[in-house]
Design a binder for this molecule. Structure first.
Ligand code: BES
Ligand code: MN
Ligand code: ZN
Length: 502
């Protein structure tokens, strides 16, 4: 889709359609009133007859509005003006896009970007309009034998801004929105891909392809033999039950000074998690193809950052493996030695994410990272605690945690912090090794993070548990692309705060 910004009056737009907001009850937005005046009350007349109250989600398509140059005017209900916030704004944009796509307007001028969204400026509104548009048009139909595409799909969208001064801001916002949208799409495609196609080798190939396309990007893939040599006994315990070879994938983006410490993202890449010998119940087990959502999230964020050509160094490490039962699989009771030298008693083979992550977190020490953020669909307990709206955040460094929470607010991809207090560590004690890989039912998300914290003492670290946010279940089942918006925003914020200090 093509996006542009423009600053002009509604009646002068030569377009297939212009999109105008209407608040409840029957209250035209500023531009709407302007249009109503030039059309001698044509629109307000129609509203008075009761065709559109302005309730959220209502739409009314008008043709041949007098004294205008456009073919159609699309009125969109925006709800009560004083309730109009971020969520409503995004819903209204989504509704407008769906209607335009259905009604044969291949291009449109959208005035919704001029509506007041509490506490948000033009940059935010245009950026999120782009992200929302791209997200709402997303489909995963690669694997269908027949696809139904719209007859005359929307191709070009112009956002109107209030003043000419907003034009450069709007263009920058479009670039950012498109970069985030591209990272989100990449993450969703990877995560939605079925586990017979998307195995660790596939993730490695996708990463290598990404490196080939961009000259500041390098990719390195560690094989099982390399991991054995490095002493990654925890990672290998998970990998050994599967016929699919595990991979530790490293992507490097060199956008900053050669000696600048990199921001580092680590992703859990279980392309399928059957639970292993501690096998999961079969209901909804297909959803465990999404257990590489962390990998998809960090790869998508990587792509967004590369797209924006940001002046920083970024390293992404993906722990890719498949967790399967079988004659070679690890068993409950096995004790393994991690790369750090710490020993682990595997009491439940379904707590595999922390096992692949702990060795990866040790491995990336060699990059002398500035900060490390790992992303993982780590615990069912996080779904119980926070549901589908907030990502779980745990960290050993308060400023890093705050930066991530703020980035999540700006990106509308929010996280909520849980404590990582020393008291919880006890739950990992065992008589037979340095630690167990499970901490019992209470505070499952916290004890999982406690486990990881034993491998991240050498750097500033945050953990994002995306078990509840990486995909939606039910009728609209599918990957969300979270936390690409949050992580990309985090990097953008870092670049901006550095620029303002220099
Ligand atoms: N990938 C799962 C976590 C998960 C479960 C994410 C459901 C999303 C929905 C993880 O590997 C796992 O199985 N965790 C166990 C840990 C337990 C055995 C301590 C869990 O959460 O049940
Ligand atoms: Mn598991
Ligand atoms: Zn898992």
């Amino acid at each position: 889709m093509e996006f542009h910004v423009k600053s002009g009056s509604p009646e002068k737009q030569r377009s297939a359609c212009i999109v105008i907001g209407v608040f409840e009850p029957r209250k035209l937005s500023g531009v709407g009133e302007q249009l109503d005046q030039v059309s001698d009350g044509y629109i307000s007349n129609i509203l008075r007859r009761g065709d559109l109250e302005g309730k959220p989600g209502q739409v009314l398509l008008l043709h041949n509005v007098p004294n205008t140059l456009c073919d159609r005017v699309l009125l969109i209900g925006c709800g009560k003006e004083r309730d109009f916030g971020e969520a409503q704004y995004k819903k209204v944009i989504t509704k407008a896009i769906a209607t335009l796509n259905d009604t044969g307007s291949m291009e449109a001028v959208c005035f919704l970007s001029e509506l007041n969204v509490r506490g948000r400026d033009t940059h935010w509104k245009v950026k999120h309009a782009v992200e929302t548009t791209e997200a709402s048009l997303y489909t995963f139909d690669q694997l269908k034998s027949k696809t139904d595409t719209a007859r005359r799909p929307l191709r070009k969208l112009v956002f109107n801004v209030t003043t000419r001064r907003d034009l450069t801001i709007g263009e920058q916002a479009i670039a950012e929105g498109l970069a985030v949208a591209e990272g989100v799409r990449f993450a969703r495609d990877l995560a939605n891909m079925p586990p017979n196609i998307c195995h660790p080798t596939y993730l490695a190939e996708q990463s290598q392809a990404l490196a080939e396309k961009h000259d500041k990007v390098e990719c390195e893939v560690l094989e099982e033999s390399d991991m054995l040599e490095l002493g990654m006994g925890a990672f290998m315990a998970v990998a050994q039950g599967s016929a699919q070879p595990a991979k530790l994938i490293v992507l490097k983006y060199n956008g900053g000074e050669a000696d600048a410490a990199p921001i580092t993202f680590v992703g859990k890449g279980l392309t399928f998690d059957s639970g292993g010998i501690s096998i999961k119940p079969s209901e909804a087990m297909d959803e465990m193809k999404y257990d590489m959502g962390g990998a998809a999230g960090v790869l998508g964020s990587f792509l967004s950052v590369v797209q924006l050509n940001l002046p920083i160094n970024l390293v992404v490490a993906v722990a890719a493996a498949e967790n399967m039962p079988g004659g070679h699989a690890c068993r409950p009771g096995d004790v393994v030695t991690s790369m750090s030298g710490q020993t682990i008693e595997i009491l439940n083979t379904d707590a595999e994410g922390r096992l692949v992550l702990c060795d990866t977190l040790s491995y990336i020490e060699k990059y002398n990272p500035d900060v490390v953020i790992d992303v993982a669909t780590l615990t069912g307990a996080c779904v119980i605690a926070l549901g589908a709206h907030a990502t779980g955040l745990l960290s050993n460094h308060n400023p890093l945690a705050h930066d991530l929470l703020n980035a999540g607010e700006t990106a509308d991809d929010r996280a909520w912090r849980l404590p990582l207090w020393e008291e919880y560590q006890e739950q990992l004690s065992t008589n037979f090794a340095d630690m167990a890989n499970i901490g019992g039912r209470p505070a499952g998300t916290i004890t999982a993070a406690c486990f990881l914290s034993r491998f991240t003492k050498k750097y500033q670290w945050a953990h994002l548990d995306i078990a509840g946010t990486a995909w939606r279940g039910g009728k609209d089942k599918g990957a969300t692309g979270r936390p690409v918006p949050m992580l990309t925003q985090y990097v953008i914020d870092r670049v901006n705060s550095k620029a303002s200090k220099d």
